[in-house]
Design a protein around this ligand. Structure first.
Ligand SMILES: [Zn+2]
Ligand SMILES: [Zn+2]
Length: 330
């Protein structure tokens, strides 16, 4: 009788843990958790209006789990701040810099993550060589490159993005008010994916202003990523981002996400009475399916190329789920 009670007790513990989303069976690998973070922000070490500790506190106090301070051509070393404000599995500063170059009037800004010192910008002889040179400089430093606001001053077009090598991340959303962010970026993404690039899209706020808030200001909180990782460490977060195990968001939240084996499945967190539309997109930007509701999925068909999802709620908030590619040999 006692053994049965213990078994029943363990069963309910397991059910509660599964519902809480923190447990996986041993055969499925380590338990994964959602971590919310912003990978693009500025301090007074470049053109931000606040000191690194004030910027960090803004995010920590709003329950972000991680933040990258990405000053222009300056490595704001977060080590001391992380020792002071970091907290195991609760808050982490990721190393970052916005490697800031240009060709003529066209800005070429590439974020670098996981670095130890300032990476100097590269200046090329055209827009593509400038972008490629900065990506290469970041890779040579052992850091992770991410292309920022491609359409700021209409600097980077799809034809350029398609030709860049060794770039795995770009900003599909940047809430800075002057980055021409609201159209064309998904089309650029599809051009790159269709050309065989394995490119994932992040959302960021690129915040500069933490003292005054209002329309037209580059305030924090407009875009972020939610990463599914086994622990809150720079290595685990960047590895998960590199595998596409995250979504970019401006307000839509997911409860569950499953990418793999040629299938994409998500469960959207229902908030108040909002409604949700999901568009599954494949090769050349073709709409593969449109769904409503909070539990949606798509299985790749021959000729789809890949499948990614854009979710929009009835208040205009979005989430972008990263592309899934066909299983090799299938
Ligand atoms: Zn920039
Ligand atoms: Zn920036």
């Amino acid at each position: 009788m006692r053994a049965i009670r213990v078994r029943i007790g363990l069963f309910f513990v397991a059910v509660i843990a599964l519902v809480a989303g923190t447990v996986r069976l041993p055969s499925q690998g380590p338990a994964l958790h959602w971590y919310k973070g912003n990978l693009h922000s500025h301090t007074i070490n470049s053109d931000g209006d606040s000191a690194p500790d004030a910027v960090t506190r803004w995010y920590k106090e709003r329950r972000y789990h991680f933040l990258a301070l990405t000053d222009h051509n300056y490595f704001t070393d977060p080590q001391g701040l992380d020792a002071f404000l970091g907290a195991k599995d609760r808050f982490l500063l990721i190393t970052g810099e916005e490697v800031t170059s240009h060709y003529g009037d066209a800005p070429v800004h590439v974020n670098a993550f996981r670095l130890q010192q300032t990476i100097e910008p590269f200046f090329g002889e055209d827009i593509l060589s400038t972008l490629q040179g900065n990506v290469d400089a970041i890779q040579a430093a052992g850091a992770v490159p991410s292309l920022n606001h491609p359409q700021d001053a209409w600097a980077i077009d799809a034809a350029t993005l398609v030709r860049v090598r060794n770039l795995g991340l770009f900003e599909v959303y940047n809430s800075h008010p002057d980055t021409n962010n609201e159209w064309g970026l998904e089309e650029m993404w599809d051009s790159a994916l269709t050309a065989g690039r394995k490119l994932y899209g992040i959302a960021v706020d690129d915040a500069h202003e933490f003292k005054q808030f209002g329309p037209g200001r580059s305030n924090p909180g407009g875009g972020w990523v939610e990463v599914l990782a086994p622990e809150l460490s720079e290595q685990a977060i960047l590895a998960a981002v590199g595998r596409g195990e995250f979504y970019a968001s401006t307000g839509v939240k997911l409860e569950a996400m499953r990418r793999g084996a040629g299938q994409l499945r998500v469960k959207i967190k229902q908030e108040s009475d909002r409604q949700y539309r999901t568009v599954f997109v494949g090769k050349a930007g073709r709409v593969l399916a449109r769904e409503t509701g909070v539990e949606v999925s798509y299985r790749l068909q021959p000729g789809d190329g890949y499948v990614r999802a854009t979710i929009t709620d009835s208040n205009g908030r979005k989430a972008w789920v990263q592309p899934v590619f066909p299983v090799p040999g299938s």
